[in-house]
Design a protein around this ligand. Structure first.
Ligand SMILES: NC(=O)c1ccc[n+]([C@@H]2O[C@H](COP(=O)([O-])OP(=O)(O)OC[C@H]3O[C@@H](n4cnc5c(N)ncnc54)[C@H](OP(=O)(O)O)[C@@H]3O)[C@@H](O)[C@H]2O)c1
Length: 332
């Protein structure tokens, strides 16, 4: 009998995830019933929203204490009594932090079958052709970029920001990225073709940001919030667009604070929040476009891979300390 290891939510974190907030348990895998398939989880997608799921209700209910930690992942079917799946099928969906997941026809689970593409790694379905590429795609659609406009992207060297910035280049924008290290900034300019970058950990980053956007900012692709968003808003042109993708600087705080809506008013900005789940019917259309861009080298992606289920809690924390470049994945 095989053993399933799972990370369950033991206590709601305060600040970064502390040892013991997620507890490793193990138990036997039960025999499959009719209508079920067993999939071995190969990769876990590590996303900032997981820290929110651990703490509070948001666009999804909080993970209950004692439940397996919710996560998106990539898995391969190893045994099936499910009419829709056969052994060898590969799927993405909410696998959770565990070695094996049971796909059950009687439950409302959302798994997507993904193809095997020669010379393409399985992990693209979690990054550029998964949550982050899709989020960047729909966020940039909301931004309605025009040729020659200035786009600023925060958390620019992350999974979502790096793709959003490259879509901005495809659309003819001047793209300025904000990131937390010189190494990240150099990757954005040299490899991804960003026009300018700002290391927000440098003392004079606000001046550098203003200098990098001499004609003002037309679009803010906002991933961070807080002081960074405040400074970007201050440089926005009249009728600029703010795509509110995420506010990561507040996810580990009790009181995340609010950006000044006075600036939004005075500058007549259009601020639009969005959640990727609203776009499910259009995933195929977006993934096809992203796949073409990737194939023709117009979009490049990068991954940071951490090995081992037991390392998953530390991996979540890496998102908040800037330990990743590009998509952060845990390999099981
Ligand atoms: N709306 C949606 O449906 C949707 C879907 C997916 C993701 N998102 C949002 O998109 C954003 C990026 O997510 P991702 O998955 O692509 O993660 P990511 O950008 O790959 O990783 C997060 C990055 O954020 C930066 N960061 C963390 N704390 C920060 C702080 N206090 N100030 C400035 N930068 C900080 C870190 O890089 P540095 O080294 O640069 O600090 C870190 O690498 C998040 O806000 C997330 O919630 C939204």
């Amino acid at each position: 009998m095989s053993i399933n290891r799972q990370l369950i939510l033991e206590s709601r974190p305060k600040g970064l995830i502390a040892p013991g907030d997620l507890r490793l348990v193990q138990g036997p895998l039960l025999d499959l019933q009719d209508g079920q398939a067993l999939a071995r989880v190969k990769y876990l997608s590590i996303d900032p929203t997981m820290r929110v799921w651990m703490a509070m209700d948001s666009y999804l209910p909080a993970v209950a204490v004692g439940e397996v930690m919710r996560s998106f992942g990539f898995a391969e079917i190893i045994e099936s009594r499910h009419p829709d799946y056969k052994k060898g099928d590969r799927v993405t969906g909410l696998t959770g932090f565990q070695d094996y997941v049971v796909l059950d026809k009687s439950k409302s689970q959302s798994f997507q079958r993904v193809p095997k593409i020669p010379f393409v790694s399985d992990t693209v379905f979690l990054g550029v052709l998964g949550i982050n590429g899709l989020t960047a795609f729909f966020g940039m659609e909301i931004a309605q970029p025009k040729k020659g406009e200035t786009l600023v992207v925060s958390a620019a060297a992350g999974a979502t920001g790096s793709i959003a910035g490259q879509i901005g280049k495809i659309r003819g924008c001047r793209v300025v990225g904000i990131a937390g290290s010189d190494e990240k900034c150099s990757w954005l300019v040299k490899d991804l073709g960003f026009d300018a970058t700002i290391n927000y950990k440098s003392a004079d980053w606000r001046d550098r940001l203003a200098a990098a956007a001499p004609n003002g900012i037309d679009i803010d692709f906002e991933n961070v919030g807080g002081e960074i968003m405040q400074s970007v808003l201050g440089l926005m042109n009249l009728h600029g667009r703010v795509v509110l993708c995420g506010l990561i600087s507040g996810y580990t705080k009790e009181d995340p604070g609010l950006a000044s809506f006075g600036t939004v008013l005075v500058k007549r900005l259009r601020v639009e929040g969005f959640i990727l789940l609203d776009y499910i019917p259009r995933f195929m259309e977006a993934a096809t476009q992203l796949g073409q861009w990737k194939m023709f080298g117009k979009i490049k992606d990068r991954e940071t891979i951490v090995e081992g289920l037991e390392k998953a809690p530390d991996a979540i924390n890496m998102l908040f300390t800037g330990g990743n470049i590009g998509k952060l994945i845990v390999k099981l």
